[in-house]
Ligand binder design. Structure first.
Ligand code: URA
Length: 262
């Protein structure tokens, strides 16, 4: 009989599913614990993934879907949403079709540009968004006029805006002209439109806002409107607990495989 082009050795299939190296998968098959379409498999068995069903000790063996983690440099004037009744440009349309549904991690205003993460890994996204995981987000904000040191202190101690008390982890003047200042602002909370609201509440409306980092993930030289895949150490460190007090750097693990890849 002619072999199907998509047929692969069972041993390779099991290794891709995460049952260990090929030798371990061979042993598994030889021990009689693996079945294909309900029939015991043997050394040299082959299958067509997606058509044939494999089980090990009665539990389905499936190739894990590949997880994708992207950083997009969102331009101003793009909406972070699945759709828009007003037909405005969508940030997700700047991403490639990867055969999986990608969703944003958190928000970024229509008029704000910069770093936003997209993934198809719901567990990872939830861990990032969890209030316990206080990831600092860094912005450059161009504001009207030059705030005094007294005003910047209020940004750090807290400003009442409606029912909310808004405060930043840090804020400082990066540069200034006669009529504007660029502030570097670090937030941990996720209050809607926080930087713009703090600017308005203190008489320094924000005229341009760029998110330049999400925790250790920096926009760097990524061109506006373009994306990149996250490095494995970035994926990991975004869900690691915050460093101990006194520790200034999150560890960058090297040579680790991307989760979901065999
Ligand atoms: N603060 C804002 O005002 N807008 C954002 O998009 C993020 C933080």
């Amino acid at each position: 009989m002619k072999k199907s082009k998509t047929e692969i050795p069972l041993v390779r299939y099991l290794a891709t599913c995460g049952f260990g190296p090929r030798r371990a998968c061979d042993r598994l098959i030889q021990s009689g614990r693996v079945r294909i379409n309900g029939k015991p498999a043997g050394a040299g068995s082959r299958l067509v993934p997606g058509r044939d069903e494999v089980d090990v000790d009665g539990q389905p063996a499936q190739i894990p879907p590949e997880n994708i983690y992207l950083l997009l440099n969102k331009p101003r004037g793009y909406l972070v949403s699945d759709n828009d009744p007003e037909g405005r440009p969508l940030a997700k349309d700047l991403l490639p079709g990867l055969g999986t549904r990608l969703f944003p991690v958190g928000r970024l205003d229509f008029q704000t540009e910069g770093a936003i993460l997209f993934t198809n890994d719901g567990v990872w996204a939830n861990r990032i968004a969890h209030p316990r995981n206080q990831i600092p987000k860094t912005y450059l904000a161009k504001v009207r006029r030059i705030p005094s040191q007294e005003t910047l202190k209020r940004w750090k101690t807290g400003i009442r805006d409606g029912n909310a008390i808004l405060k930043t982890l840090d804020v400082k003047i990066e540069s200034k002209t006669r009529s504007n200042a660029w502030l570097k602002v670090t937030l941990t909370g996720g209050v809607n439109r926080q930087v713009r609201r703090m600017g308005l509440a203190t008489g320094h409306p924000v005229v341009k806002l760029i998110r330049i980092a999400i925790g250790p993930v920096e926009l760097g030289t990524l061109t506006r409107g373009r994306f990149r895949h996250l490095h494995i150490w970035e994926i990991r460190s975004l869900i690691e607990p915050a460093p101990e007090p006194g520790c200034t750097e999150r560890k960058k693990p090297g040579n680790i495989r991307r989760p979901g890849r065999s």
